[in-house]
Design a protein around this ligand. Structure first.
Ligand SMILES: [Zn+2]
Length: 124
């Protein structure tokens, strides 16, 4: 086989492999993104349930019924924890949104990169 043809085929094979890898990575990032959104949705629902339970406890206190202070405190702290986790998820979502990626292969790039480190695409 002609050396030039061989070289071209070799190059084409490398490009295909890089593209497949990039597609897989984009897919896994999408899975991560979806997982985070679902987790935030669950956390918000759990907070709503706790808020309702706390409201009921506060009302019971008003009626003079005996309420469990410790349980109330635990629920309030559970809400703090869930809000903290939601804030973390939001920060991760923001970081992913502002991350630079190569327009060709989708690999993450540094702001200072002139060329993609994976596929060599000119970035600026
Ligand atoms: Zn690239």
């Amino acid at each position: 086989m002609d050396e030039r043809v061989k070289e071209l085929l070799e190059k084409a094979k490398l490009t295909a492999t890089a593209a497949a890898g990039a597609a897989a990575e984009t897919g896994s990032r999408l899975v991560e993104k979806t997982k985070r959104s679902l987790r935030a949705f669950d956390l918000n629902n759990e907070i709503e349930i706790l808020m309702r339970e706390i409201g009921r406890t506060v009302y019971l206190t008003h009626t003079g019924a005996e309420t469990d202070e410790e349980e109330l405190q635990a629920k309030l702290e559970a809400i703090d924890g869930k809000y903290a986790e939601i804030a973390e998820i939001k920060a991760q979502q923001e970081a992913q949104r502002s991350a630079l990626t190569c327009p060709v292969c989708g690999k993450p790039c540094d702001k200072t990169d002139l060329y993609c480190r994976v596929c060599g695409e000119k970035l600026q």
